[in-house]
Design a binder for this molecule. Structure first.
Ligand code: 3NM
Length: 208
């Protein structure tokens, strides 16, 4: 059974690349030290998402980085991704597990200690908790939960915890010190002028 072994989890958003090709940006990020990628392009049709997922899967494979597909269990299976990232509106974790089997990883997006407990009992492999800080990338998740909420999640979680929401090189060290197993982010790398350098800087902070 696989287990998560990454600490720098990049989430895609092709609207934040400043006009650059998403795969180009992802490759620079992988060169810099991103060691897992989540394809999260919610507005794409099944056909277009599948095509992009196939390309992303091939790219990630070259860097030995697991690829996760946001929400779409079918697309994850079709491209033989490492797993899926599931939120509240996704298939329930139990159903995804039945479809994916034990050989794939399931990440659950959680926003409270209760959701962490549920994710564990339902069969998730790791949780992504946020938003830690203010984020322009996903305003609907509301007010930042902060570092003390993160510490509490780390304390109660029996699964690896990845922190998300407004994480940049400026605050990576304090997130790491709060006990997160790793971080997940979009804009801090995808929107950076130099995504490779941004990823390398954050990867270095996570190693410290
Ligand atoms: N999920 P950025 S916050 C995709 O709290 C996502 O569950 C969140 O983007 C959650 O790194 C978020 O640009 C956006 O802040 C992360």
């Amino acid at each position: 059974m696989p287990s998560p072994s990454f600490n720098l989890y990049l989430v895609s958003d092709r609207t934040q690349t400043g006009g650059r090709d998403l795969l180009w940006v992802l490759e620079r990020a992988l060169e810099g030290g991103v060691n897992a990628v989540q394809l999260r392009e919610k507005d794409l049709s099944g056909r277009d998402l599948l095509e992009l997922a196939e390309k992303t899967r091939a790219l990630c494979e070259r860097y030995s980085a697991p690829l996760f597909i946001n929400d779409r269990v079918d697309v994850a299976l079709a491209v033989n991704a490492a797993g899926v990232q599931l939120g509240k509106a996704s298939f329930p974790i139990e159903v995804a597990r039945t479809l994916l089997g034990r050989g794939k990883l399931i990440g659950a997006s959680v926003h409270s200690p209760e959701e962490v407990t549920y994710a564990k009992s339902a069969g998730a492999d790791f949780v992504v908790f946020g938003p830690i800080y203010f984020t322009t990338s996903k305003a609907q998740f509301g007010a930042p939960q902060g570092l003390s909420a993160l510490r509490k999640i780390v304390e109660v979680s029996m699964l690896p915890v990845y922190a998300i929401g407004g994480i940049t090189s400026q605050n990576t060290a304090e997130v790491r010190d709060a006990g997160a197993n790793g971080i997940a982010l979009i804009s801090g790398i995808i929107a950076a002028e130099n995504p490779k350098k941004a990823a390398a800087g954050i990867a270095q902070l996570l190693r410290n």
